[in-house]
Design a protein around this ligand. Structure first.
Ligand code: PGA
Length: 244
């Protein structure tokens, strides 16, 4: 269960969140719990979660380790700050910051090289779904991104299916729609990396996951977890999702 805070909260608010959140998930051993705050809050999040099962992630990384790349942060920096995860290829990065399948692959390789666990996002836009192109888009995103990894690299990746039309809109994919897309993605994994990899890979659903719809989504065997935006900002709400 992963939370993506996007561009919300400062360090003090991060500390305050975990003070409330940790006691509410102290009994949650059925899943891994990850929070991805803005990078400036990673130290506060790492300090607040020390000694707990909750892990911290970044929301993006650059693929070079260091250099003259103003404004960027690297995998080794994220790792050294104490984070274990990184979100890659989120649709907001694809829409607003020029992310492509090729740069998703670069970032994923860099994350793995730094010892981070990548959560790689894929998903179709509304116009693509309405045009019946969902499967083609997922195939293309997989072929241009994750399929470029070695089998050993791929084994350390978590995928997030996030239909763009469901993100921040209150429109969740129905559990069946999400499961269908997860099956398409798992099929791509099988074609590229074989049956064992397809059975082992974890595919999270993301897009307006809330305390009141998480149970239905998680009842689908295809859905292994959730990547939660808005509903991860409030401790009680994200704790209910974790404790679904
Ligand atoms: P949302 O965002 O839960 O606010 O729809 C999900 C995401 O973008 O990861």
């Amino acid at each position: 269960m992963a939370g993506n805070w996007k561009m919300f909260k400062n360090p003090a608010e991060t500390t305050a969140f975990f003070e409330k959140f940790l006691p509410q998930v102290a009994g949650a051993t059925h899943c891994e719990i990850v929070l991805c705050p803005p990078a400036i809050n990673i130290p506060a999040a790492v300090a607040a979660t020390a000694g707990s099962r909750v892990e911290v992630g970044a929301q993006n990384l650059y693929w070079k380790n260091e250099g003259a790349f103003t404004g960027e942060i690297s995998g080794p920096m994220i790792k050294a700050a104490g984070a274990a995860w990184v979100i890659i290829g989120h649709s907001e990065r694809r829409q607003f910051f020029g992310e492509t399948d090729a740069t998703v692959l670069e970032r994923t390789k860099a994350a793995l090289a730094a010892g981070l666990k990548p959560i790689v996002c894929v998903g179709e836009m509304l116009a693509e779904r309405e045009a019946g192109e969902t499967e083609a888009v997922l195939h293309q995103q997989f072929a241009g991104g994750l399929a470029g990894l070695s089998a050993e690299e791929f084994a350390r990746v978590v995928i997030a299916y996030e239909p763009v039309w469901a993100i921040g809109t209150g429109k969740t994919a129905t559990p069946e729609m999400a499961a269908d897309a997860h099956r398409i993605i798992r099929g791509r994994v099988e074609a590229a990396f074989g049956g064992n990899a397809a059975a082992a890979v974890r595919i999270l659903y993301g897009g307006s996951v809330k305390p009141d719809n998480v149970k239905g989504l998680m009842a689908q065997p295809e859905i292994d977890g959730a990547l939660v935006g808005g509903a991860s900002l409030e401790a009680g709400s994200f704790a209910s999702i974790v404790n679904f």
